[in-house]
Design a protein around this ligand. Structure first.
Ligand code: MLT
Length: 428
């Protein structure tokens, strides 16, 4: 058996403006020109590369991008291997699958995560990950909608909105794009927006447990959010990619809230549960009860977009996803999540012991650490330069993230312990 074990992480280089000798007659998409900088995580990877060139001997540890590090449980990879080998047989070969995903996987997702919430197998669209579905949803909404995001928030919501042409230009003075409603989430409001000050928008992106702040919305808060959407006729896009990290009784799904099925879509992923960041598998739930202002079902339009833009998730990945939801797969995923939660405790305790105010961590694999009065990028650079640790500057997630850094708990245990030691040396 030939085992190739090649790891390659491509780092996006910013494209240098070359001296042009020939120009096409195609004008640049003006929405692309609105984007301020490269996408956050490739930019961080670039700075890390620069640092490594400067300090070739340093052992750089990344607690930056939330990329899983631990091996996928063997029970899950065995199912993928079996499916993979079956593809070499006449009986086991399959080509294009259903764009919406395999029936048994859709049924297993509906049963496992939405068992008693009235979500059916046909409401589930299996995908190659939540991030890809965010952009497919933006295609669904088109350019004439206005959206709201938590501030700070996962950058894919804002950037995809800009690319779709939903926004105005970037306003440097406030560090915000025009025509996006930024819902401030800070320690002062318990990381839940004051909805009485939020303008009505068509779409509300809401991530809980939140990336980057790590805090999860309570049932009572989500009841208010759903009521807010109902009052305004808005659609909530609820990102629950970290729901399995919830330790308390915060809802795992927006559909736990009565009335949510008429106003919400949920996106989620196997990435952070089973280490599928490279395998790629996620899903989107669009209940049949969700309709546009003319009564047309949202799911029907989404289905049309999925069929046009996507040929379905990899059949091998879907075999892995199905195994994730078997009793032994669920147990293995809980172990993976439990491991990262122990890492999170180490990270949170480290910063707390140094006297920092630390938020998040309890229900998410992210600690949100406050450096009052300091620029997030300066803190990021300080920690990289002096401790060879990569974090994520809070301002990269929105203006309300200024003064914070996000520290991810995805890492091998020895690296997290070593990072803790270096941070203590730096800030003691
Ligand atoms: C993050 O670091 O915020 C996420 O891991 C990135 C992602 O899920 O795409």
């Amino acid at each position: 058996l030939l085992r190739r074990n090649v790891k390659c992480r491509c780092i996006a280089e910013p494209v240098e403006m070359m001296q042009t000798v020939y120009k096409t007659k195609v004008s640049r998409n003006e929405n692309m020109a609105k984007l301020q900088a490269g996408y956050l995580f490739p930019e961080i990877a670039r700075r890390r590369e620069v640092h490594m060139l400067k300090y070739p001997e340093a052992k750089v540890i990344s607690l930056g991008i939330g990329d899983t590090t631990e091996p996928i449980p063997e029970v899950i990879t065995s199912a993928m291997a079996e499916r993979s080998y079956a593809l070499s047989t006449v009986a086991g070969y399959s080509g294009y699958g259903a764009e919406q995903g395999e029936k048994n996987l859709r049924a297993a997702i509906a049963e496992t995560y939405y068992g008693n919430l009235g979500i059916q197998e046909t409401d589930i669209f299996v995908s190659d990950g939540a991030k890809c579905d965010i952009s497919r949803l933006q295609i669904l909404f088109g350019s004439n909608v206005m959206m709201a995001v938590q501030d700070p928030s996962y950058p894919a919501y804002v950037d995809s909105s800009v690319i779709m042409g939903q926004t105005g230009p970037f306003q440097k003075d406030v560090e915000k794009y025009g025509k996006i409603e930024y819902m401030k989430c800070t320690p002062e409001n318990g990381f839940f927006p004051d909805l009485s000050t939020v303008s009505k928008t068509d779409i509300i992106f809401f991530c809980s447990p939140n990336n980057p702040t790590g805090s999860a919305a309570t049932r009572e808060q989500l009841v208010r959010l759903v009521q807010f959407a109902r009052d305004n006729g808005s659609i909530i896009v609820y990102d629950s990619a970290y729901a399995m990290y919830i330790s308390d009784d915060c809802p795992r799904s927006i559909f736990e809230i009565p009335g949510a099925k008429e106003v919400a879509i949920e996106i989620s992923s196997f990435s952070k549960y089973a280490g599928f960041t490279g395998v790629r598998l996620g899903w989107t739930v669009i209940p049949k009860q969700l309709v546009f202002s003319d009564g047309f079902p949202v799911a029907k339009d989404f289905n049309r977009i999925v069929c046009t833009t996507f040929n379905g998730a990899s059949n091998i990945a879907q075999a892995g996803g199905l195994e994730c939801l078997s009793p032994q797969g669920l147990k293995a995923m809980h172990e993976v999540v439990g491991f990262y939660k122990e890492n999170t405790d180490i990270v949170v305790d480290t910063f707390k012991s140094l006297g920092f105010k630390v938020y998040g961590g309890r229900n998410a694999p992210y600690a949100w650490v406050h450096f009052p009065g300091r620029s997030s990028w300066d803190v990021f650079e300080e920690i990289l330069e002096k401790a060879h640790l990569v974090t994520t500057p809070g301002s990269g997630f929105g203006p309300a993230g200024e003064g914070f850094i996000r520290v991810s708990a995805f890492g091998h245990r020895e690296n997290v312990l070593e990072a803790s030691k270096r941070l203590k040396e730096l800030y003691m």
